[in-house]
Ligand binder design. Structure first.
Ligand SMILES: Cc1cc2nc3c(=O)[nH]c(=O)nc-3n(C[C@H](O)[C@H](O)[C@H](O)COP(=O)(O)O)c2cc1C
Length: 276
């Protein structure tokens, strides 16, 4: 008779005791699972993981109001005993690594490529902290935001606010914009993309491109993006503007570097939120 495998030892993390006891009862309904440790916060989870050495961690993504997604992520390198594990345990290891890899989503719309260049620089900065999904509102599904530590959304400032829904088509067809070069292809708008967001509340940072004049004169798409995301339940941690020389660009000197640096800062903030 093959030897019966020992139960999967689980560390259960949730800041509500009542939720923990419900999930525990569900998990332990099978004899293959044993809840061997519990924790009520990210810090406690790390200590408990070190002490109890579970096979797997089942954790609420929002602990005590924090919404950095993997706020109490326990890194596999803290658990040397996990290396060289059995086949079943290896699957758990992979799961842990996936959960621990912080994910960022950078979504943008851009007519002449300037907002795109800013988005690319922000993404390069964020990549130092984790995985980045970068794309236009046409290319990225709002579903990508699921499990992301941070959504970064940006667009060009048009008429003091966000670009209209049919902006690509309208601007491409407008003679007066021809000197600024070809308009990038696009159909969806950031307005529409945000409307399609169904994902639970999380953190976001927003940006725009605009002229380098007082905001009272130029307006700011970022402010409007922030307002729309907040209506969707997002907590907007910061809004930034990056400046263009003319309607068609280029970006003003130093703006790409500033965007890269901002991406790094956002990534570092997300990392330290995990460590806290
Ligand atoms: C229709 C239209 C309206 C604009 N209105 C504003 C404005 O109100 N304030 C401003 O600072 N820039 C305005 N601009 C300049 C844009 O901010 C600039 O074209 C944009 O930052 C370039 O980014 P993109 O290449 O990603 O489209 C406008 C541009 C267009 C095409």
């Amino acid at each position: 008779m093959p030897e019966k495998a020992p139960p999967l030892r689980v560390l259960l993390v949730d800041n509500h005791e009542v939720v923990r006891s419900g999930v525990k009862a569900l998990l332990q309904a099978t004899e293959d699972v044993l809840v061997s440790a519990e924790a009520g916060s990210g810090r406690e989870a790390i200590d408990e993981a070190d002490r109890a050495r579970p096979d797997v961690v089942v954790m609420d993504v929002r602990l005590g109001g924090r919404s950095w997604g993997h706020s109490a992520c326990i890194r596999e390198d803290r658990w040397p005993w996990r290396r060289g594990a059995s086949r079943r345990e290896n699957r758990c290891g992979t799961w842990n690594r996936r959960r621990c890899e912080m994910k960022f989503v950078v979504v943008y719309e851009s007519m002449f490529g300037n907002t795109e260049a800013v988005a690319q620089a922000i993404a390069a900065g964020l990549r130092e902290a984790g995985e980045v999904k970068l794309g236009t509102v046409d290319a990225l599904s709002p579903e990508e935001v699921r499990n992301a530590a941070l959504l970064v959304a940006g667009g060009p400032t048009h008429a003091h606010g966000m670009a209209r829904r049919n902006a690509h088509e309208a601007i491409a067809g407008e003679r007066s914009y021809r000197p600024y070069g070809a308009v990038q292809p696009g159909h969806e708008s950031l307005r529409g993309w945000i409307e399609r967001l169904t994902v639970a509340p999380a953190k976001a940072a927003v940006f725009d491109t605009r002229f380098n004049k007082p905001m009272l004169i130029t307006g700011s798409a970022a402010k409007k993006i922030a307002a729309r995301l907040e209506r969707k339940g997002y907590s907007v941690i910061e809004a930034r503007s990056f400046f263009v020389e003319t309607t068609g660009g280029p970006l003003a000197e130093g703006e790409s570097d500033r965007a890269l640096e901002w991406g790094r800062e956002l990534g570092a903030r997300a990392r330290s939120a995990i460590a806290a």
